[in-house]
Ligand binder design. Structure first.
Ligand SMILES: [Zn+2]
Length: 513
């Protein structure tokens, strides 16, 4: 025998209090009697004075519990808005009832019969199902993250050399080593670290053997470097290194043309990565050796056209004063003046100013290091620079003051000769007078003592930066100390930020040709 229950609700809003819950119960009971059904006290699920916007309602909660336990076959309700105020909540509830094969009958609304309504209903339930799926996926994802943090599971995406094995009742999920692929990985590491082969050569050898790449195609140096960078091979797989940001897909690109078609990947800080232990394929010292060689390569590779020019913006042509431009042609990196030929200004003779990076970069770098080895000299130079009167901050203000006084004198002359009217004179005088007054108060204050810096600390920090330096750090250090380097035919003269340091002329003979 099927069990039929009723659900009735009135909200706390005053205009609805007139329609008491009793009138709803009476209407539903009358309808039930017509159908020959008898509803007892235990078949009433009532919410008196509860908003229909919320899902958390005592009567509704009890009803949903019964629905979930499948002890109910049909629910009688006056109208959909008694079940829920908003369409979304209504549909969530109806979908839930439907999942448990519970029929909902609304007295004030005939059953949805027309095709259009049916379609709408299906569309809505589809959306809800999708939403639910997402909620479940999200919950699973979070559970998975948690288990991964506990070391109970491994990432699903296994790199070349492994197969992911999902967890079963008897064991946790894990990566299985694929022996033939693992042998290739070992071989690649050995070739790279022991035999000193280049990535290109390794790719060539693998292709010669007929070994397919992880994508099943030919090996290239990119695939080799990706393989050498894979931390899993020394036993540590990481999860959550980056996340995809899909919010900008379809928007105009900030650089370049067209719209963004792919997600942007945002790298997460290392502290947020989740580490999993996986079977190692090479020992850690081997792996580390490969990493240092890779780092060296990326820093000094002349094939890498995106290699930053260490001295970018610092080298200046002695003949015309233009900044030299970095150029990479094949294996050769140079800095050259591009204003010595047809682009040169009329008063400049034709000239050629080209220096090879291989010559000039180590030279400057060495000079800088030897300078940093003598912090006392840097400090002396700095202090004597500050001691010279014209370098005190006040001298700058005095120069400005003199300029303003001169302009005021000229303005007065203009007015006296009748070249400008009184109103124009006043208009132009006001800002001048204001700035002059401001300067006078500033000059009346005691002069600031020279800026004190701890040169030892400064050089220590620079030294430590140099030891671990990547090119952009090196560039930063260079710019801290060097104003510019003038390149002439036979010498580089280094103009330091801190002047009065001698030994700034570096003679060199090896000119790029
Ligand atoms: Zn030039």
């Amino acid at each position: 025998m099927s069990r039929v229950v009723m659900y009735a609700r009135v909200s706390s809003r005053r205009q609805e209090q007139e329609r008491t819950i009793e009138s709803q119960i009476a209407k539903i009971e009358a309808y039930a009697r017509e159908r020959g059904l008898e509803l007892g006290e235990q078949d009433r699920y009532l919410d008196d004075g509860v908003s229909g916007k919320r899902l958390a309602r005592p009567g509704l909660d009890r009803l949903r519990d019964q629905v979930a336990q499948q002890t109910i076959d049909e629910i009688l309700c006056l109208s959909p808005d008694r079940l829920a105020r908003t369409l979304a909540v209504q549909q969530v509830l109806l979908y839930e009832m439907e999942q448990h094969q519970v029929k909902v009958t609304f007295l004030n609304q005939p059953n949805l019969a027309t095709d259009e309504q049916e379609k709408l209903w299906q569309g809505i339930t589809g959306v809800i199902a999708e939403y639910e799926r997402e909620v479940i996926q999200d919950r699973m994802r979070r559970g998975r993250l948690h288990r991964m943090r506990q070391g109970e599971t491994v990432p699903v995406q296994a790199p070349y050399g492994y197969r992911y094995l999902a967890d079963q009742a008897s064991r946790r999920s894990q990566w299985l080593v694929v022996e033939e692929e693992a042998a290739i990985v070992e071989q690649v590491f050995a070739w790279y670290t022991d035999s000193g082969l280049t990535q290109q050569e390794i790719a060539h050898r693998l292709n010669g053997q007929g070994t397919p790449s992880p994508e099943g195609k030919k090996w290239g140096s990119t695939a080799i470097s990706r393989l050498l960078r894979q931390s899993a091979y020394m036993g540590k797989a990481y999860y959550g290194r980056k996340s995809a940001d899909t919010s900008q897909i379809g928007q105009m690109r900030k650089a370049g043309r067209g719209r963004l078609a792919f997600p942007r990947y945002l790298a997460h800080p290392f502290a947020e990565w989740i580490e999993s232990q996986v079977p190692a394929l090479v020992d850690e010292s081997h792996w580390q050796a490969a990493q240092s060689r890779l780092d060296m390569n990326s820093q000094f590779s002349s094939r890498n056209s995106r290699r930053p020019y260490l001295l970018r913006g610092l080298l200046v042509c002695a003949t015309c004063g233009h900044t030299l431009q970095g150029r990479t042609q094949g294996q050769r990196i140079t800095y050259q003046c591009t204003y010595g030929g047809c682009r040169r200004p009329p008063d400049v003779p034709p000239h050629r100013c080209v220096v090879s990076a291989a010559v000039v970069e180590p030279l400057i770098w060495q000079a800088l290091r030897s300078l940093l080895d003598q912090p006392q000299r840097l400090q002396d130079a700095w202090l004597s620079f500050c001691a010279v009167p014209e370098h005190t901050p006040n001298s700058r203000l005095e120069v400005r003051q003199n300029n303003l006084l001169l302009r005021r004198r000229r303005l007065l002359d203009l007015y006296e000769t009748g070249a400008i009217s009184l109103s124009e004179f006043q208009e132009r005088l006001t800002p001048l007078a204001q700035e002059l007054a401001q300067l006078e108060t500033q000059l009346a204050e005691p002069a600031q003592p020279p800026f004190q810096i701890s040169i030892e600390l400064f050089t220590q920090r620079i030294q430590s930066a140099l030891d671990s330096a990547d090119v952009s750090t090196q560039q930063e250090v260079l710019r801290l100390l060097i104003e510019r380097i003038v390149v002439s035919d036979e010498a580089l003269s280094v103009e330091h930020i801190v002047p009065t340091i001698d030994n700034s002329r570096l003679d060199y003979t090896l000119r790029a040709t």
